[in-house]
Design a protein around this ligand. Structure first.
Ligand code: SF4
Length: 246
């Protein structure tokens, strides 16, 4: 069973508004995400009684659904494929033989805190624990994110990446790296670009699907001027997630 402490910590890691920075639409949508299952169900004309164990599972890991994702769910459909990805269900509270909090054995692959290496030539930065949406199936649901990658931790990660000249590619993952501000992301990307042996930056994200406004001019501008090969891997699950905005 997950430790309530670790889950609470992750639930608290939500993008904080920076008073010195203009708050773009995507960040306002993230901050306004629905976090109460009853509110979500009311919006969809559904009853909490239709979902046994809803509140118990929500206490294990709280619901988080931004408005742009909600608008693609069907009202009055308890089996809606988008709703089922995000709605806490009682089965999450059931212990199963073989359950592990680390299904990909990632914790043994950390070369420094926040930097995982499983494959030759490639390393993965767990850039943040924050996400636009809480997917109930997430394989990093129990990952010990702590407070995210701060200045000192980022310096240690960069030092490791600089000294390992076998590396060619860095992946920014999380959580969702696009939940970080563009100022922070661009700085991280430029730091990586300054390492001569790195060729490729890969970004793993679900945000362009969940909150399409995240693909904003500011993001595209820093991406276009990045002197690295850039690959963006978008996590999408169902045809219903795609509308004209995505
Ligand atoms: S967006 Fe990705 S990292 Fe975040 S909860 Fe969903 S599956 Fe997990």
């Amino acid at each position: 069973m997950p430790s309530p402490d670790s889950l609470e910590k992750r639930a608290l890691i939500i993008p904080a508004p920076d008073s010195r920075e203009y708050m773009p639409q995507w960040r306002r949508e993230l901050r306004g995400a629905i976090r109460d299952p009853r509110t979500l169900l009311r919006r969809l004309a559904l009853e909490p009684g239709q979902f046994p164990g809803l509140q118990a599972a929500h206490r294990l890991w709280p619901l988080c659904v931004p408005e742009p994702f909600l608008t693609r769910m069907r009202s009055r459909d308890p089996a809606d494929p988008l709703l089922r990805q995000v709605l806490p269900v009682g089965l999450e509270c059931t212990e199963r033989p073989g359950f592990t909090k680390d299904p990909l054995s990632e914790r043994n692959t950390a070369v420094v805190p926040g930097l995982l290496q499983k494959y030759a030539g490639r390393a993965l930065v767990v850039a943040t624990g924050a996400c636009a949406v809480h997917c109930r199936y997430c394989f990093r649901r129990h990952y010990p994110y702590g407070e995210g990658v701060g200045t000192a931790q980022w310096a240690r990660i960069l030092a490791h990446l600089r000294q390992d000249v076998s590396l060619r590619e860095v992946i920014l993952s999380g959580g969702d790296p696009l939940s970080l501000s563009d100022t922070r992301l661009e700085q991280m990307a430029q730091d990586l670009a300054s390492i001569p042996h790195l060729r490729t930056l890969r970004i793993h994200t679900r945000l362009p699907v969940v909150v399409p406004s995240r693909v904003c001019e500011t993001l595209l501008t820093w991406m276009e001027r990045l002197p690295l090969r850039l690959v963006v891997v978008i996590h999408a699950n169902h045809a219903q997630e795609f509308d004209s905005a995505v």
